[in-house]
Write a protein that binds this ligand. Structure first.
Ligand code: CA
Ligand code: CA
Length: 446
């Protein structure tokens, strides 16, 4: 595993590094995979102190945290398994066996229901595995390019982007069908990848072209190649989306490159002696953390001054890291009623009409804050009416509980539902960006 990744020796500059104190912030936690010590180190980002070390299986690499911050998923590259850590107790609560061959990168969908895992085997068996996070079992496998390494999921949850280390490409998977819908050529030896918060761009660090390829996710084409230093590996994009941080593995001097995502120009280089594998930004965007496998530490960049302000000793060969999301950033479950007030919810897909759905307001949820343009019911959007294309939604307390509900019409012929009884899932966002999810049963006839 190690040999695939770092093809050049790294002249390691050892330095005595003081642990600087940082001002207290919103206390996110940083989860770091230690490849050689088969463990995960947990850092309190408010104090940059270690709060837990959790034993996992052999050669942990990738790490991803559910959007609600409750579970941490870790790939074990030699054990071919995924460990599931409970973030409240920092203990392993489940292990998913037989995930694939050499699982490395992992990403979790914004609704928290699926984890996608890149299996790095540099053979024709290279795949992406799909894990159902409720059952913690593998429910699918998708063939991609050679030596897939890391993946990133678009904020709307519709696409998974996977770097193929030995095919010099990125596969784009549709999460609706779990099939590859596009393959994008990128620089040689692509490793880490990050997607902007608005979902429009993917940044891919390619080790052997010493470049970062920028992909336009609407057209799935490369639109820029940004030259950086030797062997870029880690990439992090700030929560505001305005900066990409790119770290190097290659030599004793490993400046971190800061890219302005509006111009794709390098706007700063941060002096740094350590290698940087996976990188991640804190939810407030004030810090970027990166893993240094060659001296068993994690470094911290202050993004205001673009300087390395701390280094924290962790386990042996730290490679991956992830930071817990801000509290309340997970998907909010809402009540919905397809065919409001009627049951069962029989839908004739060939009717050519509309289906009404109510999203219920409550004491803690204001249904009038839902953005109608983001509503998706089993693949169908809200009908648009009139010259202005206004969304066919109106607030009304349909169930007379004292809270306004949002009643909308969706296009029946856009529904992707199987015949017979099933569950239809609705996703939406509020104008403030909060993700919503609700479901109701349906009986579909044709
Ligand atoms: Ca109903
Ligand atoms: Ca109501």
């Amino acid at each position: 595993m190690w040999h695939f990744l770092v093809r050049r020796s790294c002249g390691l500059l050892l330095a005595v590094w003081g642990l600087l104190s940082l001002p207290a912030s919103a206390a996110p936690f940083v989860y770091v995979t230690n490849e050689q010590s088969a463990s995960v180190t947990v850092i309190d980002a408010a104090t940059n102190t270690l709060v837990a070390t959790i034993g996992v299986e052999s050669e942990p690499w990738g790490v991803a945290i559910t959007p609600d911050g409750k579970r941490v998923y870790v790939t074990n590259a030699v054990s071919n398994s995924v460990s599931v850590i409970d973030a409240a107790s920092n203990s392993v609560v489940a292990t998913v066996p037989n995930v694939g061959s050499t699982p490395t990168g992992i990403a979790i969908t914004p609704d928290g229901t699926r984890a996608y895992v890149a299996n790095h085997a540099p053979t024709s068996f290279a795949t992406v595995s799909v894990i159902d996070t409720a059952a913690n079992s593998v429910i699918g496998s998708i063939g991609v390019g050679l030596a897939p390494f890391q993946l990133a999921i678009t904020p709307d949850g519709s696409r998974v982007y996977v770097t193929n280390g030995q095919s010099n490409s990125v596969s784009v998977i549709s999460t609706a069908t779990n099939t590859v819908i596009a393959t994008v050529p990128v620089g040689q030896d692509p490793f880490w990848i990050a997607i902007t918060p608005d979902g429009t761009r993917a940044y891919v660090a390619s080790q052997q072209c010493h470049c970062v390829t920028v992909i336009d996710t609407a057209s799935n084409t490369p639109i820029a190649s940004i030259g950086v230093g030797i062997q870029p590996l880690g990439v992090a994009i700030t929560p505001a989306g305005n900066r990409a941080y790119v770290g190097l593995a290659g030599s004793s001097s490993n400046p971190v490159y800061v890219i302005d995502t509006s111009t794709n120009a390098v706007v700063a280089t941060i002096p740094n002696s350590r290698s940087s594998f996976q990188m991640a930004a804190t939810p407030d965007g004030n810090r970027v953390y990166f893993a240094n496998p060659f001296d068993d530490s994690v470094s911290v960049i202050d993004t205001a001054s673009n300087t390395v302000v701390a280094a924290i000793g962790v386990g042996s060969r730290p490679v991956g890291l992830a930071i817990t999301p801000p509290p309340g950033s997970g998907v909010t479950t809402v009540g919905i009623d397809i065919k409001p007030g009627i049951f069962p919810n029989r839908i004739n897909l060939t009717s050519g009409g509309v289906v009404q759905v109510a999203i219920k307001g409550s004491a803690v949820f204001d249904a009038t804050q839902i953005d109608p343009g983001t509503i998706n019911l089993a693949g169908a959007g809200v009908r648009r009416v009139g010259k202005s294309g206004k969304y066919s939604c109106s607030p009304r307390d349909f169930n007379s509980d004292g809270f306004l509900d949002l009643l909308c019409h969706v296009e029946t012929d856009q529904l992707t539902l199987p015949q017979g009884d099933s569950t239809a899932v609705l996703t939406a966002k509020t104008f403030g960006g909060q993700s919503l999810r609700g479901e109701d049963t349906v009986n579909v006839v044709r």
